[in-house]
Design a protein around this ligand. Sequence first.
Ligand code: SF4
Ligand code: SF4
Ligand code: SF4
Length: 765
Amino acid sequence: MDQTRLRELEDQCIQECAPPCAAHCPVHVDVRALTSAIATGDFQTAFKTLYKTVPFPEIIARTCNQPCQAACYRKSVGGDIQVAALELACIQRYDHLITKPMLLPQKDARVLIIGGGLSGLTAAFELVKKGYQVALYERENRLGGRLWSYNEDQLHGEVIHREIERIIDLGIEVHFNTELTPASVSSLQFDACYLGTGAGASNPFNLLTNPNHSLQVNTDTFQTSQANVFAGGSLLRPPSTIFSVSDGRRAAISIDRFLQNVSLTASRVNEGAYNTRLITNISKVDSVEIVPPAPTGYSVADAIAEANRCLQCDCMECVKVCEYLKHYGSYPRKYVREIYNNLSIIMRTRTSNKMINSCTLCGLCEEVCPTDLNMGVVNNEVRQTMVKTGKMPPSAHDFALRDMAFSNDARVALNLTADGSETCDYLFFPGCQLSASNPEYIPKLYQSLASVLPKLGVMLRCCGAPADWSGEQELFAQTMLEFKTQWLALGKPKLVLACTSCLRMFSTALPEIETLSAWQVFEAHTLFPASRQYSRSLAIHDPCTSRYVDKWQDAVRTGLDAMGITHHELEMSRDLTECCGYGGVAWLAHPELVQDILKRRASEDEADYLTYCVMCRDLLAGQGKPTLHLLDLIFGENLDQLARRKGPDYSQRHENRLRAKEKMIKLITGKEHPMTESYERYTLLLTPEMRVTLEERLILVEDVQKVIEFAETSGESFKNQQTGHTLAFFKPNLITYWVEFSREGDAWRVHNAYSHRMELEGRAS
Ligand code: SF4
Ligand code: SF4
Ligand code: SF4
């Protein structure tokens, strides 16, 4: 993942794009900030917000044709926000706060402004602030141009005088009753000129008045074919006070650049009115009618009510549905920036590692994002880059990868065909977590499938998901290669899966393999038992890896109907389903966040849940949410109890995988296959509290047994003379495990255990 790719991803997130009101306003009044301040009764802040971009606030509030309103996302849900009336509400209360702007030290350059309408006055205002000497020529005996054509109720002459005088008082030299001609203009000293004369007025530049020459004005820079002459206002477009202000300001920027001899166009984006990319989802917004202003303007209460109708438009669609994005308090555009900075760090601590590893890679963000940005893909790609470049500490994913290695170890992995032949037509691949959680369901499920699928083999191992989630591309590729070699040797059987994470891995890495779900087989062959009973309607929690896998989702629902189970949908289901928190090693990187993810999901419906991923079931049930696996309904007894049972701890999961293998060997070959390792002879005495401690510290019972075996066989240990306890350590791979224990008859009582990744030099003697 390089800088260009990260920049593209950053740009894909539209959250920082302007709302349509500000984008369509040619001077970009921050309407969101204005309404947000008024909504809390803070008219003063609202006024300051307006004055920041509009030098004639009252003239504009009374005359603006409001392009902001035409674009407002509130339009179809009660009517557009009455922005100009709200602006007026601030001005009526706070325009006494206007202070003289800061002027830069005076420069030598002199700018001629021809025409005292709003665009000329704005150009004069902006240039005088920058320190230029500004001389304004007006053919009438008053400034304001077209402003005087408004009726007095809408725009009183007093307002025009007041707001214009404030500008002129900054030091603009004004010449009234002066129509410049080509002859008179040539006698004037100036470095640049702005033509704000309005349509139809004559202008003093030969080039521009030549009847054979149409007026050439660049509408981005306002520069004319005569380099030091600029033009704007209603000379270029239909009259509009706000566009006149915008033209005057943009032309002033160009004139300043021209006089400083720098590029007129560099880094000038989104000037004037433009179409924003920001999209705000209004599908759940209630319609609220416009609060109309009284003829004299809004009362405080009405202005507040109208301002409260503003949606404060933004995107945040992904953050609304993702606990992970919410947890870090920002949104993907900023996260991508943070990730980029994290990747660039060479020596210091990479503070974003935890954030990168806490995403569950569930893909819901892409489903809701208007631009399809998938932060799961981003985080996974970044993990891959960090692993490849040695920037990801191996300890970050060590536990998950060891768990995978255990499942694919010869002691646990299994390939068996039904009749002992070398090949099979179908291959049942239950996935390592189903074996780990419910080993007794593996032979039962196999038997049901085998009753309708000819030549069904079984393969017990892990699909490689932990390697993929950890960004360990090489390890993942190697795991897939091992699987493929065995699959080829088995005669390319169709894969019968019971876990959508396995499906995701195989369909991504080995799309040539045909897969189907156990539930589809049950559906096609009417294997679902009839008349199962559950006392309440079950809400279906689709696993996040089932997103877009309609066939699996449909088969589960058909199965529930066939079994007579009442069920209903969660609001976030099927393509919109949420992760339980297990995906993408988040459970390892950020267990507290996973608890929040689970709480959120569990609280979305009062009903008990039904799912078809065993990790979703175990995690939700562990959170106190009664949850059944589809297999509980098919094979289980006492469903109420099954829905409430806690999943096994990490050590029991290892044990269960071994048992699943024993059971399958027994079922298919009729042979016993007890599997013991030398360390298993060390029987442990563990209190329930000690089991919890081990679980929290990611220490397995077998890790403890290995330490004790090592201490007992090597004699390397420390003895505490006071307590009589023995302290010993063992380092099988990356991690060193320490255990404090004592002997009780034929067993060993564990008093404490912990682990670390430091290297110890020297040995106990
Ligand atoms: S959904 Fe999220 S990532 Fe997509 S544009 Fe909106 S804030 Fe950005
Ligand atoms: S609802 Fe508010 S923020 Fe959204 S477009 Fe309208 S005025 Fe702007
Ligand atoms: S992939 Fe899932 S967890 Fe990660 S950011 Fe997207 S929605 Fe959130």
